[in-house]
Design a protein around this ligand. Structure first.
Ligand code: ADP
Length: 297
């Protein structure tokens, strides 16, 4: 299965250009859409999920025209929106059963089996009688995945699913997603680099409505080999370094600042070469720098 997005653009009524000529090819497996807040991720997710229209461009899921054959797409789509509201006074089992009715599973015996299987898969079976208002953030997100999986979707969209989860909950959520991603297309939108490096075999970096990079995360990282340098500096020196070098990230370390710089050549002998990681790829793409290349060693 393949999702082909071509030259998709969207400008909101207030003039915000949320998508600028976005083109992406997404195959079966986990695809990470990585970008900072405001990048255009939700706009793209909602458009693929048939919830809003684009101004121009096309989206095809194999032969299905996503922008026009909305009802057909909805039959094969599972969607976990960024703001997933639940009715707090209803149990998970009752609400999932209700969603299953809405999804068209009318046979009550079949529905009972489907609801049980999904609650088991998302590890919520023992909490099925509990009201959703008493669920933790991670449990709510797993419930969100359970409802997104109703009807065996071929395309699953999850928008910022791990924001606000603690590390253990995030880990459990990652394991659940990676099981699902083996046979269908799962698009995971996130601003968290580890979500993508842990889970996704393909990815794109998006900022200000534009796709800045796309490909396999390991290959994108490998392309940066020999280009990332680091140094421990005093905090007061930062502005100076930023003026002269392409500083892609800074991190406090024992009261000093560890800066990472993107440069074809070693900026000077005080910098050490480091192995690039996906964070370096991400920050190199989204950091605006007036310093383009270092010309001398
Ligand atoms: P992300 O999901 O990456 O945070 P969004 O798609 O939500 O990004 O937003 C992209 C841009 O479009 C932002 O500048 C946002 O403020 C703007 N935007 C989003 N939704 C609307 C809307 N309904 N009306 C006007 N502007 C919007």
């Amino acid at each position: 299965m393949k999702l082909s997005i071509k030259n998709l653009s969207k400008t909101y009524a207030n003039g915000t250009q949320a998508l600028k000529n976005v083109s992406l090819e997404i195959a079966t497996g986990m695809f990470g859409l990585l970008g900072p807040n405001g990048a255009g991720k939700s706009t793209l997710m909602r458009t693929i999920a048939t919830l809003q229209d684009a101004d121009s461009g096309s989206i095809f899921l194999d032969n299905l025209d996503v922008l026009r054959q909305k009802d057909e797409v909805r039959k094969v789509l599972g969607y976990l929106p960024q703001e997933f509201g639940v009715y707090p006074k209803i149990s998970a089992e009752t609400l999932l059963d209700h969603f299953a009715v809405l999804k068209g599973i009318s046979n009550s015996k079949e529905r009972k089996a489907v609801v049980e299987a999904l609650l088991q898969q998302t590890n919520l079976w023992e909490h099925r009688k509990k009201n959703l208002g008493g669920y933790s953030g991670g449990m709510k997100q797993r419930f969100g995945i359970a409802q997104a999986l109703l009807g065996n979707p071929h395309l699953i969209i999850v928008d910022e699913p791990t924001a606000g989860l603690d590390p253990a909950e995030r880990n459990r959520f990652h394991n659940l997603l990676s099981e699902i991603g083996e046979h269908v297309i799962v698009i995971l939108s996130t601003h968290i680099v580890e979500d993508v490096s842990d889970l996704c075999s393909n990815m794109a970096i998006i900022n200000k409505g534009e796709v800045l990079a796309a490909g396999n995360p390991l290959e994108l990282v490998a392309e940066m080999k020999g280009q990332i340098w680091q140094k421990l500096i005093n905090k007061t020196e930062l502005a100076d370094y930023q003026n002269n070098l392409y500083v892609i990230s800074t991190r406090l370390h024992a009261g000093k600042l560890n800066i990472r710089v993107n440069s074809d050549l070693r900026p000077d002998a005080s910098f050490t070469s480091v192995e690039p990681n996906l964070e370096d790829v991400y920050f190199s793409n989204i950091t605006n720098s007036t310093v383009t290349k270092i010309v001398s060693a």
